[in-house]
Design a protein around this ligand. Structure first.
Ligand code: FAD
Length: 326
């Protein structure tokens, strides 16, 4: 694997739950913007529960001159509802999406009708392209003499990212199924993949190698989370179904104080990122937990963000999550 251009940096955060959290998040966005990210993605609650708050953060990012990426989930919605949401985001100037199926509600089965019209992330990818193409055609049909070929090509401007799972999706039966799913998402029109978090570089590097052999051509960004406490590590492992990284757990337990645990988490993410970039990863996608200190400390230590290297001390925030750590 080789990566000829400079590594990209991107972040994920979630919409704030209160006015106080909103003020804190907007300050965080300004700090994150100093790393000149390719984009910052904003999570989306199951069944559209965070739509308004997600959109407000996406618009704030645009004001700051940062490319926003909107997560979209489709479980439990109809074509018509999902089309309206996509259209609303496009109208707000969002042109990057992370298309996800989302997790079915606890206790439901695959055959439950309320799971909605869209059965997979691939179908959502196609829908985003369709709504974008319709919007372009509608907008430009009013322009006299606008060449039709140009209208149709404009759909290519949208970035549609999808999720990838280096250690397998919890519901997947085999690595091959995960690779086939990723390939199908690309065939549907996805042009970027972002991975679930993982703890060892070889898990990502091996997965990318297998994906390339299977015919996946799009960029695959590794998702990295600085894990700043034992409690957070335990929760993350529970939510994602990832295997517990024994060595990191031991280091966090041995560290003792909050500050020492934070240093362990930042150093682990730094070393992991370094190995990934050396292995040819095209960039780093960092899960922020709506805090800038740790992710910027990681990037500074790699020379990927301005400022002197050094770990900041971070107040622990509550864990807010979809199963994708969103
Ligand atoms: P799909 O690609 O459709 O399927 C995922 C996997 O499940 C595939 O590997 C496939 O093989 C397997 N699979 C699918 N159907 C079946 C089946 N019937 N039987 C067996 N296996 C099957 N969730 C949110 O709610 N909001 C978010 O903002 C959010 N952000 C995320 C960001 C990232 C980077 C990641 C990695 C995940 C995120 N998630 C989020 C979680 C995501 O919604 C879940 O992981 C969900 O279970 C899968 O979504 P998908 O888009 O990968 O689905």
């Amino acid at each position: 694997m080789s990566s000829p251009s400079a590594p990209t940096v991107s972040f994920e955060l979630y919409p704030p739950r209160s006015e106080k959290a909103e003020a804190g998040l907007y300050e965080t966005l300004e700090h994150l913007a100093t790393a000149r990210p390719e984009f910052i993605s904003v999570t989306y609650g199951a069944n559209g529960s965070t739509r308004g708050r997600s959109l407000a953060v996406l618009c704030r990012l645009r004001e700051l001159g940062v490319e926003p990426m909107a997560h979209l989930t489709c479980v439990g919605t109809t074509y018509a509802q999902e089309s309206l949401v996509i259209r609303e985001f496009l109208d707000a100037g969002v042109t990057k999406f992370l298309a996800l199926r989302g997790d079915p509600p606890e206790g439901s089965t695959e055959n439950d009708t309320f799971l909605g019209d869209l059965g997979s992330a691939g179908e959502l990818v196609q829908l985003v392209h369709r709504v974008q193409a319709e919007k372009e055609q509608f907008t430009q049909a009013d322009v006299p003499g606008f060449p039709r070929a140009k209208r149709l090509k404009s759909g290519a401007k949208v970035t549609i990212a999808v999720a990838a799972f280096p250690n397998g999706h919890p519901r997947s039966r085999s690595v091959q199924q995960d690779l086939d799913t990723l390939l199908a998402k690309e065939a549907a029109g996805a042009n970027l993949a972002i991975t679930q978090l993982f703890f060892h570089a070889d898990e990502y590097l091996r997965f990318v190698e297998l994906a390339r052999a299977a015919g996946v051509g799009m960029r695959i960004l590794p998702g990295i989370m600085p894990v700043l406490s034992e409690a957070r590590l335990t929760k993350i492992v529970e939510l994602t179904g990832e295997r517990m990284p024994g060595e990191l757990l031991g280091q966090l337990q041995a560290a003792g104080s909050t500050e020492a645990q934070q240093r362990v988490g930042i150093e682990h993410a730094r070393a992991l990122s370094e190995q990934l970039l050396e292995g040819g990863a095209p960039g780093l996608h960092l899960y922020t937990f709506n805090q800038h200190h740790a992710v910027l400390a990681v990037l500074r230590s790699l020379g990927l963000a301005p400022g002197a290297p050094g770990a900041g001390i971070i107040p622990e925030s509550p864990i807010s999550v979809s199963k994708g750590i969103a």
